[in-house]
Ligand binder design. Structure first.
Ligand code: FMN
Length: 273
């Protein structure tokens, strides 16, 4: 299979995306994955309130280089998001709203997975992003829990919200990454006519054939195991050397904990989230 054979995945735009991963996908890791076939990458999630408070560690997450990079934010107040976007020192290749984080504290504050039902608020945030001159995208799960998944809350949101694309992590918020992603939802999602990016357990060219009609795929843990997953999905040969990453991590002063995590999982197989 070659890049051309994969053209059924999308008519336009990047199709092979590196997932946002807190504690892993800093500028060095994103650059490394881009070298091996990721067409676009996402920053780990940045909390808008922490950025506005001037939290230094959170601002460091916003460092970028020439790698195509979308900034992922955890936001719920349009006014705060607007203030952040106006004050950003660097331009990004888009802004992504995190509607997938299932952390109890985040959900209690009405953010992350809890936003899937707050459709008009999500639409307001999307409008703020657009007014600031960015492409807006959404990353979401299939609901906060099994009940919301059954009620297909995610379809209502996709229908109503005017985002460029929707990354669907095919699990609900109560499912751990040890439980298999449910790809059976994709035909219905594709039928909405919106640009759908599939996410969850994707790692092999064969998987792409089971995801017919999606506009692209997003890869997380399999890229930590081996960034060549992108090249291989695109039908290309690839050999990634961990030393490449270590050199980038040195250049960008990647925190030790990030380097340790990547190094550990690069050799031990696909990580559990
Ligand atoms: C260590 C780790 C950190 C993550 N951090 C984020 C994050 O900051 N934002 C987000 O939307 N998803 C985050 N995720 C979820 C991934 O983006 C992705 O949706 C999930 O891992 C499923 O994709 P995969 O099976 O290809 O790994 C994280 C996952 C892992 C394993």
């Amino acid at each position: 299979m070659t890049d051309k054979d994969n053209e059924h995945l999308a008519l336009k735009g990047p199709r092979f995306m590196l997932a946002p991963m807190e504690g892993i996908s800093d500028v060095a890791f994103r650059h490394w994955c881009h070298l091996h076939g990721a067409e676009v990458t996402f920053t780990e999630m940045a909390r808008v309130d922490a950025l506005l408070r001037g939290n230094r560690a959170t601002w460091q997450r916003l460092m970028r280089d020439s790698t195509p990079t979308i900034l992922q934010v955890l936001a719920s107040r349009p006014k705060d998001l607007d203030a952040l976007l106006r004050g950003l020192p660097d331009r990004f290749d888009g802004i992504n709203l995190n509607l997938g984080c299932p952390g109890p504290e985040i959900v209690r504050s009405g953010q992350g997975c809890a936003m899937i039902k707050r459709i008009s608020r999500v639409q307001e945030l999307v409008q703020v992003i657009k007014r600031n001159g960015y492409e807006a995208s959404i990353k979401m799960r299939l609901g906060l829990n099994a009940y919301e998944k059954e009620r297909k809350a995610y379809l209502h949101l996709i229908d109503a919200v005017d985002a460029e694309f929707f990354v669907i992590h095919a699990r609900h918020g109560r499912q751990s990454s040890a439980q298999p992603a449910d790809w059976s939802v994709f035909p219905e999602l594709v039928a909405t006519g919106k640009r759908i990016i599939a996410n969850g357990d994707i790692s092999e060219p064969l998987h792409l054939q089971q995801l017919a009609g999606v506009a692209g795929v997003m890869i997380g843990r399999a890229a930590v195991h081996d960034p060549c997953v992108f090249a291989r999905l695109r039908g290309k040969e690839c050999d990634a050397d961990l030393d490449e990453y270590l050199a980038l991590a040195k250049t960008y002063k990647t925190p030790r904990a990030y380097v340790d995590r990547v190094t550990r999982h690069a050799s031990t197989g696909v990580m559990q989230g």
